[in-house]
Design a binder for this molecule. Structure first.
Ligand SMILES: [Zn+2]
Length: 171
């Protein structure tokens, strides 16, 4: 499978961890939105589209984000330490919606996305630059938790080898 197009929308706040949102087309026939370029402690990496993990309030059964301290519906305090942590103790707050299965394709996809990101950064320096238009606004709040989500947790079911997302690709 090939990446046939990457559209990059640079994030408004450049000093944050979340640097860009990308829409990637595969084989001219399948589009995945909301792939993100993150600048983490160890360099750039690409985060797959993901959803926030939620759990149920024990009192009213409303779904709440794992970091919520009080129920959004009934206001009762929620139990702490509901967050599942990975082997390095980092909280797991998101689950990927779409992701590569194999390390090789992960590396290929990340390379294609970061190349497009760099090209867009260059374009953005030109006078009269106009960012690409998109149908839907992106959720810029993602960046707050990007580091915790980070490259540590691809739910990688098809490739049993130990590796981390982006490992060996970026400085
Ligand atoms: Zn509740």
């Amino acid at each position: 499978m090939e990446v046939t197009e990457v559209r990059v929308k640079l994030a408004e706040t450049r000093d944050e961890k979340l640097r860009a949102f990308c829409t990637v087309t595969f084989d001219n026939c399948f589009v995945v939105r909301d792939i993100k370029v993150i600048h983490g402690a160890k360099g750039y990496f690409v985060a797959m589209p993901s959803r926030k993990l939620m759990d149920l309030c024990p009192n009213c059964r409303t779904k709440n984000h794992l970091r919520s301290r009080y129920c959004n519906e009934c206001g009762r305090p929620l139990p702490q330490d509901r967050v599942v942590r990975d082997e390095k103790g980092r909280p797991r707050l998101h689950a990927d919606i779409a992701h590569p299965i194999h390390r090789e394709f992960r590396a290929y996809l990340q390379g294609a996305v970061l190349k497009a990101y760099e090209e867009e950064l260059e374009r953005a320096k030109q006078p009269g630059y106009r960012p690409p238009q998109d149908d839907f606004p992106y959720d810029e709040s993602y960046g707050e938790e990007a580091e915790a989500h980070g490259p540590a947790q691809p739910p990688d079911t098809g490739d049993k080898r130990q590796h981390r997302f982006g490992e060996g690709i970026l400085p």
